[in-house]
Write a protein that binds this ligand. Sequence first.
Ligand code: ADP
Length: 418
Amino acid sequence: MPKRNILLLTACAVLVSTFLIIPSSTTRFYLAVSIGLAAVAWLLVAFMSRRSGTSQESSGANVAGEKQTAGPVFPVSDLFEATLESMREGLLVVNSDMRVVASNKAALKLFNLSPPQLESQRLTELTRNPAIYSAFLDALKGIQRDSVKVEIHGPERQIYDLRVLPLGHTNGNGADGALGVFFNITRTERLELVRQEFLSNVSHELRTPLTAVMAFVETLENGAMEDRESSQRFLSIIRKNASRMHSLIDDILELTAIEGGNVQLRSATVELHPLVNDVIASLGAKAQAHGITLTNQVRADIRVYGDTRRLEQMLTNLVDNGIKFNRENGSVTIRYEGNSRDRLVVEDTGEGIPSQHLERLFERFYRVDRARSRDLGGTGLGLAIVKHLALLHGGEVTVTSELGKGTAFTIHLPRVAV
Ligand code: ADP
């Protein structure tokens, strides 16, 4: 109840009770008149406010109506057509003869046709795909088909999730027509495939060192522990395999974080010469063990723009590979080349990489010589990490290689505010 009515009711109740208490009949008379007037006034107010409320409501409706009609008017057919045309999903309507009676732009694209070519064509003329045909046929029989997986081989292989509904009368004689909607699920399917491949690669990569660890532990348990020399050897094999699993898990987590967008760059102007010195220092012992010389050819005044830690990580991965895949007494040189972009080059004098491998080199777990990479403690993820970090910097990484001469990896960085 509105506040105003409550107040009026209270006032009337007070007046009535006062009227009953007062003994004088003249005063009672005047009070009765006042109460009567108050009641009439209240009734009037209530009546007026209801009227204005109703008229406000109806004028509200008018406003809305006016709003609808004041703006541009869209005929339903136009709206319907615009909706169909803007849909990403392909839409196809056929009649009971399986002839196309309506379609949208996405459907044309799907069948690789140009505008007037769909209407009144038979579905069989459009496609020979049995999955599509039988889904529409079922719908004409009154059976709705959901999640029909359809592959269409145009310029590119596309995968669709097709849903077909019966249209019109669906009693004994079947439907008058059928409406099919094609959802493109190519990307989702591709991602799912990549995920499955990744999982199976990871399991495979982990299984080898894990099997070795278990086998040597078993050998030790079965008596080899008594022989001090063999047990030392077995323990070092176990350690090597355990550390391989450790590196693998580290790299997987790192790559997943970078790819998942969970790595934030802290970019700033970086002095390149001391950074390269740090990389060389951290890999010095390994290089020495392989008889490899590491050279910093970056001028002392060179500055680039990037995340120090991530730049160091990229260079470390590349120099580490330069050491591992080098020949005896070879060398790895790090230098800077600048033009429109900053270029950090890591060049080695190793055996080089056959050209057919170059294209896939930055893929996860891709190796030229799998056994050798494993033997050298590699995870097959180093270059994928470099690639993703370079992309995160807004740059890229490229490779050139000459068999018998060596390989050069180049990190290209956009030149920003140096
Ligand atoms: P990993 O080094 O752990 O095997 P990477 O992703 O770092 O994995 O490298 C992938 C593969 O690319 C290596 O296994 C190797 O076959 C090849 N490769 C990388 N860098 C070089 C290089 N400097 N010289 C020759 N081959 C290389």
